[in-house]
Design a binder for this molecule. Structure first.
Ligand code: PEP
Ligand code: MN
Length: 356
């Protein structure tokens, strides 16, 4: 029989619970519970906390699932996950997640700084920037090789050539490479050269791309869409986590509002709010968030004061000549001063600005 709008198919109910293991649960008991969760047709995510291990169990609801899991050996309790996002939520993992990718450490008290040009333009531009930002204490090098441009006539990036230049800059400076991937077709190529794959604001809700980066062995920097709510950002992160990649860094890069004095509006309350809701580290991008170089150092300092786990900023040897986003890029000298200021603020709130 053909289903009509009058007779909708009832959606399946979601089962999402955490199986909290006892403090002294053995690895065998944990493994046994993972098998029981999967035997019930649910997906399991093991989260090893400092105090206890929990297993998130997510899938289609069936009768008696909770009771069946509660009876397992070594299980302390089975509790529902109330947030719409599951693996991303603080309910599942109270301790903050630290993401480590090469020289870049972000989260759990360490502030990582990812600095570099908006786009990779040529060898000299990239390597001189990499050397300068490294000397100032940055731990990651940014630079787009695949650029999402509003106009098809604007510079689109050097593609694989740009990725090779980024890898060469890492070779010389040791800086971890953070670069954008725009399409599922390019995930393997970008992952071959990068330490962290950036999913840009325009792709935050490209769910096939989120799934693809969830399946690789590289950290992901997920930027908030310009019109996305925080729940939508967290649900986008959930797509990546759900595929088994735990190394997700969230990025507030500003949202579109009625305000026009800045390119986007940069809401810093996002930082403490996300810290309440998720264990994932939060990075702030004051370059895209303001769109004006002269506003970037102040907002970088404010982001550190608000508790951000990292910064991502645009730096160019000659901003006026940049092929993209020059008007929001710092010179080396402006970046040095920003770093000095952020290091002082970090120290004042018992955080450590990496490489300082
Ligand atoms: C960028 O980092 O250069 C970029 C394009 O950022 P966003 O996706 O936040 O616009
Ligand atoms: Mn840019």
């Amino acid at each position: 029989m053909i289903q009509t709008c009058d007779a909708p198919v009832k959606p399946k109910e979601l089962f999402s619970m955490i199986v909290v293991m006892e403090r002294g649960a053995t690895p065998e008991q944990i493994q046994h519970m993972v098998e029981r969760v999967e035997g019930l047709g649910l997906k399991s995510h093991v989260i090893n906390g400092t105090e206890r291990t929990v297993i998130a169990a997510i899938g289609e609801k069936r009768e008696q699932t909770k009771e069946s899991l509660e009876s397992g050996a070594g299980v302390a309790e089975v509790m529902p996950i109330l947030a719409p996002y599951k693996v991303a939520s603080r309910e599942v993992k109270p301790e903050p997640t630290e993401v480590v990718a090469g020289s870049l450490r972000i989260g759990a008290g360490t502030i990582g700084v990812i600095s570099g040009p908006c786009s990779v333009e040529d060898e000299e531009q990239l390597i001189s920037t990499a050397r300068a930002v490294k000397a100032a204490g940055a731990t990651g090098l940014r630079g787009g090789a695949f650029k999402p441009r509003t106009s098809p006539y604007s510079f689109q990036g050097l593609k694989e050539e740009g990725l090779k230049l980024l890898a060469a800059a890492r070779e010389e400076t040791g800086l971890a490479v953070v670069t954008e991937v725009m399409s599922t077709d390019d995930v393997d190529l970008v992952a071959k050269y990068a330490d962290v794959l950036q999913v840009g604001a325009r792709n935050m809700q490209n769910y096939r791309l989120l799934e693809a980066v969830g399946q690789i062995d590289r950290a992901v920097l997920l930027k908030r869409g310009a019109s996305a709510t925080i729940d939508e950002l967290l649900l986008a992160a959930e797509y990546i986590l759900n595929e088994g990649n735990p190394n997700v860094i969230l990025c507030e890069r500003g949202i579109r509002t009625f305000e026009s004095h800045t390119r986007f509006t940069l809401p810093l309350a996002t930082v403490p709010y996300l810290h309440h809701k998720t264990h994932l580290p939060v990075v702030v991008d004051p370059s895209h968030g303001t769109g004006h170089t002269y506003l970037v150092p102040d907002m970088a300092a404010a982001a550190v004061a608000a508790g951000a786990d990292g910064l991502i900023v645009e730096v160019h040897p000659e901003p006026e000549a940049a092929l993209s986003d020059g008007y929001q890029s710092m010179t080396f000298d402006q970046h040095d001063k920003m770093m000095d200021r952020c290091a002082k603020i970090a120290a004042a709130i018992d955080m450590q600005l990496a490489a300082r």
